[in-house]
Write a protein that binds this ligand. Structure first.
Ligand SMILES: C[S@@+](CC[C@H](N)C(=O)[O-])C[C@H]1O[C@@H](n2cnc3c(N)ncnc32)[C@H](O)[C@@H]1O
Length: 233
């Protein structure tokens, strides 16, 4: 696991995806959420989305491969009914085929082997189950040097264009694929609105990483954006 994810987990960053919880709420408002739908949040981080979802009484499982994230998600969700948080790898999910109605992925896939993660997501979704993924997308080309700088800082496997995402979802067998752009959501929900939960002293080097992340956000703001990918199995 890269230092960037380690830094997020130490700071206890919740809503570590474009738009934060506000965009999550807008996206989820389009789904019928009730106690009959089984949801999986892959790469759930500190569990902010799970906490929100549990108010709809849906049974939810969150998985994350970073133990500190899992610790923080468990602490946050301890009081909630029908919520399970597990230390697991998205690339090798411990669930049977056809288990979930909805799978949510918020800024996770680019950190993993994307093909393998989509294979696993497809496998554990029920037929007609729904995937919604808010994922980093290149808006305007990057030079090789810039791409390498981002990949090595964030620990991405790769950075993709919208077309790449759509092609991979199609290859995996997903149907009714949509790639919604930021301007299809309320403007006030675009900003990164992360929450911080620090539970221990943080070494100085992680403060420097946070500063570098802020600088990258500014440097790449016109070239890196996101898509809300949705599709069914
Ligand atoms: C940018 S954070 C987003 C966290 C959360 N979804 C959110 O929006 O706050 C990416 C998360 O993906 C998790 N992650 C990365 N690779 C993973 C993998 N192979 N399996 C499970 N989780 C993974 C990281 O540990 C981290 O919590």
């Amino acid at each position: 696991m890269g230092k960037y994810i380690e830094m997020l987990s130490l700071f206890g960053v919740g809503g570590a995806h474009p738009g934060g919880l506000a965009l999550t709420k807008e996206i989820l408002s389009k789904l019928p959420l009730n106690k009959n739908v089984q949801i999986l949040d892959v790469g759930c981080g500190t569990g902010q989305t799970i906490d929100y979802l549990s108010s709809f009484e849906c049974p939810i499982i969150g998985i994350d491969s970073n133990h500190k994230m899992v610790e923080k998600a468990k602490a946050r969700c301890d009081r909630l009914k029908d919520v399970t948080i597990l230390l697991e790898d998205l690339e090798d999910l411990p669930f049977s085929n056809d288990s979930f109605d909805y799978i949510i992925s918020e800024s996770v896939l680019s950190f993993t082997n994307i093909e393998q993660s989509l294979y696993e997501i497809f496998r554990v979704l029920k037929p007609n189950g729904y995937l919604v993924a808010t994922e980093l997308t290149i808006e305007n080309s990057l030079t090789n040097e810039e791409e390498n700088e981002l990949i090595s800082f964030y620990g991405f496997s790769k950075i993709q264009f919208e077309d790449d995402w759509v092609k991979q979802l199609k290859q995996q067998g997903f149907k009714k694929i949509k790639a919604l752009t930021p301007n299809q959501f309320s403007k006030h929900n675009h900003a990164q609105t992360s929450e911080i939960r620090i539970t221990e002293p943080i070494p100085e080097e992680y403060y420097s990483l946070m500063e570098r992340h802020t600088l990258f956000n500014e440097k790449y703001k016109d070239r890196l954006t996101f898509r809300v990918l949705s599709c069914i199995k």
